[in-house]
Design a protein around this ligand. Structure first.
Ligand code: CP
Length: 306
């Protein structure tokens, strides 16, 4: 079911498979701090064509904790791509050096392209604006761990729902569960793309679109905040116009449910005030910490099987 499987889109996973990953991750949590030997003698290649802190280092740590090794590049200028080598040839070569490839690339579809070339499994660590499936596994795991369920919750996504791959993947992931309500909160220019809306409608999910968080915050159990990503805007003037159009601070939180949790894939810029970090609502650093057990679980299942 999992062994040697490519991880390109969260849409490729069933609800039961996601729960399987969560149960494995929960077991891994108990072993954090130890070095296991589940992936002893295995090599994971980390190919990052875009900047990363959480994804690259949590995959590296997860592989270390499982007893394996990593080979990494995160500066394309120091590889032979700078001499004109193609992505395809790079994948062919790295495929021969490693047992699994994790790739982040600014081109939509790059991970699928790599998976079509490589014999080893390929894991999408973010492809342009399209998807970030392992981030979604962490996001769903955090909800599952903190709330004890993913079903029957009112979930709000706030921010860049058009270009944000973490938000897009999370919407696709939530389709696997029985949501109560889905609030999509964004400036008008950053509403979900048509194909995402079509998927929601195809799945019979009713969603409420608004640009005013305070109108709906008192009905939300989980608020997922994303930043406005300067690097994704085709028109810098549009970014300048929209940036700073929402911000969570203590004054906004007076509308919150008592047991609201706030998540964010990070990095943040200014959309969550630092004063929120000390409140009971802030779960985004906990969420980032779950990157290790979730990625350990996924690597174990893909590289060693069940
Ligand atoms: N959440 C996330 O993908 O963070 P990085 O860009 O730092 O990897």
């Amino acid at each position: 079911m999992f062994k040697d499987r490519d991880v390109i889109s969260i849409r490729d996973f069933t609800r039961d498979e996601l729960i399987k990953i969560f149960n494995e991750a929960f077991k891994m949590e108990k072993n954090i701090g130890k070095r296991l030997d589940i992936l002893k003698d295995k090599v994971l290649a980390l190919l990052f064509f875009e900047p990363s802190t959480r994804t690259i280092f949590s995959f590296q740590t997860a592989m270390y904790r499982l007893g394996g090794e990593t080979i990494i590049f995160s500066d394309v200028k120091k590889t032979s791509i700078a001499k004109g080598e193609t992505l395809g040839d790079t994948i062919r070569v790295i495929d021969g050096y490693s047992d699994c490839i994790v790739i982040r690339h600014w081109i939509e579809g790059a991970a699928k392209y790599a998976a079509d070339i490589a014999e080893s499994p390929v894991i999408n660590a973010g492809d342009g604006t399209r998807e970030h499936p392992t981030q979604t596994m962490i996001d769903l795991y955090t909800i599952w761990r903190v709330k004890g369920r993913i079903d029957n919750l009112n979930i709000g996504l706030l921010g860049d729902l058009k270009y944000g791959r973490a938000a897009t993947s999370l919407i696709y992931g939530l389709l696997k569960f029985n949501l109560n309500k889905l609030y999509l909160i964004s400036p008008a220019e950053l509403k979900i793309r048509d194909e995402v809306g079509d998927s929601l409608e195809g799945a019979g999910i009713k969603y409420i679109e608004t640009n005013d968080l305070t109108d709906v915050l008192d009905d939300i159990d989980v608020l997922y905040v994303t930043r406005i990503q300067r690097e994704r805007f085709p028109d810098p003037a549009e970014y300048e116009r929209i940036k700073g159009s929402y911000r969570i601070d203590k004054s906004v939180l007076k509308y919150a449910k008592d047991d609201l949790i706030i998540l964010h894939p990070l990095p943040r810029v200014d959309e969550i005030s630092y004063e929120v970090d000390e409140t009971k609502y802030a779960y985004y650093f906990k969420q980032a910490s779950y990157g290790i057990p979730v990625r350990m679980a996924l690597l174990k299942l893909v590289m060693a099987g069940e």
